[in-house]
Design a protein around this ligand. Structure first.
Ligand code: 3PG
Length: 307
């Protein structure tokens, strides 16, 4: 078996070493394609591999067509919107993610971003504290729950909304108040932490109306996906409401315009760094390698996302 690890944004060395060890113990060959700049390099590298590990690397129908022997793709991470699931299914390729493995790193970044904005991006002057403020968690999955727990430890009031969780006990167990709608969530959140995936339903769903409904001085914190933001709507709301702030780990398409129009009320990391910790790389990378071996040797499809 031949496995390709294709990571435009490479894993920490400890993670790639661990991945190599897992595959070598299984008797598989491993090839690394890191920091590639051209899609052609990926198309060439996938040609003869049986398995593929990726991060936010795009696995399009073209890539799947070029991968003649491919059986499995594992996205080492949570969101798999970078994989053409329909094309993979049509080709009989199993797609998996590694849910929860990098969540702590992303949750820590979300809290760090809140503090960064509350302290005026570490420029001199009077800032604010998180303690006593309300944080709204939009989608209560692995990352959302961790943000909630950590926020409680900082003395924040935590409220949450998740359309897919109907069991109130999930929220009660964490001492989190479950609100009944997205509108209610935004209207009550001094900080709004986004954890929704990019799907047909969620794309451009964070819009002018939701931003305008937020309390005075509120901050939108995006460690999810840029696609869920209605850029024109959010920009317009922030031009009208000069008290609002937006901090994101995924730069908007119009990042230059956001920066120019909104000044210090807007900040985007230069490159997505939520899962960029050695711990997250090791957790997600090794889980991906183990899932590939378990699938090939035992047919385990527990984490398959294209059933
Ligand atoms: C995820 O979906 O797991 C995160 O967005 C991390 O993405 P990355 O592996 O490209 O850092």
């Amino acid at each position: 078996m031949k496995i390709l690890v294709a990571t435009e944004k490479p894993f920490a060395k400890k993670a790639t070493d661990g991945i190599k060890e897992i595959f070598s113990a299984a008797g598989y060959e491993v090839v690394l394609l890191e920091k590639y700049s051209d899609k052609a390099q990926l198309l060439e590298a996938v040609a003869d591999v049986d398995g593929l590990i990726i991060r936010s690397d795009k696995v399009t129908a073209e890539v799947l067509d070029a991968a003649k022997c491919l059986k499995i793709v594992v996205r080492a991470g949570a969101g798999y919107d970078n994989v053409d699931l329909a094309a993979a299914t049509a080709k009989g390729v199993v797609v998996m993610n590694t849910p929860g493995q990098n969540s702590n790193a992303v949750a820590e970044l979300a809290l760090a971003m809140m503090i960064y904005m509350a302290r005026n991006r570490f420029t001199p002057g009077t800032g604010a504290e998180l303690q006593g403020k309300t944080v709204g968690i939009h989608a209560y999955g692995n990352v959302g729950r961790l943000v909630g727990r950590k926020a409680k430890a900082l003395g924040m009031n935590v409220i949450a909304y998740d359309p897919f969780i109907t069991d109130a006990v999930v929220f009660e167990n964490d001492g989190v108040e479950q609100v009944g709608s997205v509108e209610e969530l935004y209207a009550a959140s001094d900080f709004l932490s986004l954890h929704i995936p990019a799907t047909e339903q969620t794309k451009k769903s964070i819009n002018y109306k939701l931003m305008m409904s937020m309390p005075k001085g509120a901050t939108l914190v995006n460690t999810a996906r840029k696609e869920v933001i209605d850029e024109d709507g959010v920009k317009a709301a922030m031009m009208e409401r000069t008290d609002l702030k937006y901090v994101t780990d995924i730069a908007p398409d119009a990042v230059a315009e956001f920066a120019e129009l909104l000044g210090s009320r807007f900040f985007a990391t230069p490159k997505k760094m939520g899962a960029e910790t050695a711990e997250a790389n090791i957790n997600a990378g090794l889980a991906a390698a183990r899932q590939i071996v378990d699938f090939i040797e035992n047919g385990n499809t527990k984490f398959q996302v294209n059933r």
